[in-house]
Design a protein around this ligand. Structure first.
Ligand SMILES: [Zn+2]
Length: 482
């Protein structure tokens, strides 16, 4: 999950695009592309206000990122077509709304290719179409006072506009040599660079998300992967048009959900997506904001306790144990990494973290240089035991940090944020200054919503994905939304 401070920064810099020549053609092109996703935007507008907290914690440890791509060749090896499976996917894809996933923002250039025939259409003052074959590469870049495109035998240069690449006959497009399903749009964004957006049906998008969010899992854990698929779909449904001034719905990174396109796809997660297609977690008939995290440490956390957000009944604190009773030893996630942890800092390391991070995490402005750390104290805890207020006393004054934000101050192992906000501090001081601090903690991630390690263990013990989702999103039901 991205820190709040980084998110605020990214939103502040993503202004709405300025009016430009070709905007009308662009608008027409977009209108076609997003017609099917109108349902998404409608649903999204009904679900929540404007908060865009990411649904995701760090990957479940053990989840491997896709391999590096060999340059020049799309890596995807198409499986032998199974006609029955292909028919099932075709039906699912047809029913799903389209989403716009931001692959790149403010870049100078991008390459587009495909493993079969594809078509490039340039919408500017006029519309120009180029047919390309498998292996043909189009290089798009900022230049010539606008957007420039060149291939082996053809080129174009427009002052403004949008380039749309669409596969022909079931090819996969590649963006910078990573294969994606669906179509790709490239346009000059408000920062003067190029934005690259993958326009894809929601179910195909999930095939590239679920394996990166919960890891490539064995079939024995299928029910947990199905729960993850439903949670990820629900999260996406609540994200319509919220990024980059409305240029797209979601980032392809931890700021929303990590998306790796075709190379990320995996057998178990494909099956999980297909078997749950069109289903979402709902409360009061509407998709919920489906947060999840790697490991809750034995008890999940209510959303309003970690972030300054309104209380919602389905994101309450629950014991992740058989029968939901207080028994940390029996927690479903007790074998997962990060269930308990320990971090130690020297006084000097903490002085540096305070100097670098206090201004972006404290609840009141830090206008002076904080100086050396005098004390670090938990002054209030949430009902689950997580830190609600952390007090930081330095040579220059005393500041307080709310809830989950303390993880962005107390970094570990170089620059990684603290695993969770559930910890006890052992502070040693000498001569009025802190010399050493040990944190003994529980859990990995913000602790809100579904615990991925707990879900995996419940699946191994025979729970269904419906059981798993209702254990972590209290009072919700799984319903068909399309
Ligand atoms: Zn748990």
């Amino acid at each position: 999950m991205a820190p709040r401070s980084e998110r605020v920064q990214s939103e502040a810099t993503s202004r709405a695009p300025a009016a430009r020549p070709g905007a009308l053609l662009l608008a027409n092109a977009r209108a076609v592309s997003i017609r099917r996703s109108a349902a998404v935007f409608l649903v999204a507008s009904l679900v929540v206000g404007v908060h865009v907290f990411p649904g995701c914690a760090p990957l479940v440890p053990g989840g491997e990122p896709p391999d590096e791509q060999a340059p020049g060749m799309p890596s995807y090896q198409r499986p032998e077509p199974d006609p029955e499976l292909q028919r099932a996917w075709a039906e699912v894809v047809e029913a799903a709304p389209l989403v716009r996933v931001g692959l790149e923002r403010d870049v100078d250039n991008v390459s587009i290719s495909a493993d079969g025939p594809y078509r490039l259409t340039v919408y500017s003052e006029s519309v120009e179409t180029f047919d390309a074959g498998g292996g043909d590469v189009w290089h798009l870049s900022v230049g010539g006072a606008g957007l420039r495109g060149r291939a082996a035998r053809e080129s174009f240069n427009v002052r403004a506009g949008t380039v749309r690449a669409a596969p022909v006959d079931g090819s996969f497009l590649s963006v910078n040599e990573t294969a994606y399903r669906g179509e790709v749009e490239v346009f000059l964004d408000s920062s003067g660079g190029l934005s690259v957006v993958n326009i894809i049906d929601l179910e195909s998008y999930l095939r590239g998300v679920v394996p990166l969010e919960i890891g490539p899992r064995p079939m024995a854990e299928l029910e947990a992967v199905k729960a993850q698929a439903v949670a990820a779909r629900t999260y996406a449904l609540a994200s319509g048009g919220k990024r980059a001034g409305g240029d797209y719905d979601m980032h392809a990174t931890v700021a929303d959900q990590v998306y790796g396109g075709v190379p990320a796809e995996h057998e178990t997660s494909d099956r999980a997506v297909l078997e749950t297609a069109g289903l979402a977690v709902t409360w009061g008939g509407e998709p919920v904001v489906a947060y999840f995290h790697a490991n809750c440490g034995g008890r999940s956390e209510a959303r309003h306790e970690v972030w300054e957000m309104e209380e919602v009944p389905y994101l309450a604190s629950t014991w992740d144990t058989p029968g939901g009773i207080r028994n940390l030893e029996k927690a479903y996630c007790s074998e997962g990494s990060g269930f308990t942890w320990r971090v130690e800092w020297s006084g000097r390391e903490l002085d540096r973290l305070v100097a670098d991070r206090l201004h972006s995490t404290a609840s009141t402005p830090v206008e002076e240089t904080p100086g050396r750390l005098r004390n670090l104290r938990v002054t209030e805890r949430t009902p689950s035991g997580r830190v609600k207020w952390l007090e930081v006393e330095t040579d220059a004054g005393t500041w307080r940090i709310y809830g989950d934000r303390c993880r962005w101050l107390l970094r570990r192992d170089g620059d990684r944020i603290l695993r969770s906000s559930w910890y006890d501090l052992d502070v040693e001081r000498r001569g009025g200054h802190v010399t050493r601090v040990v944190a003994n903690g529980r859990g990995y991630g913000h602790g809100v919503g579904m615990c991925q390690h707990g879900a995996l263990e419940r699946a191994r013990q025979g729970y269904s994905y419906i059981d798993i989702l209702s254990a972590y999103y209290r009072g919700t039901s799984v319903r068909r939304v399309y």
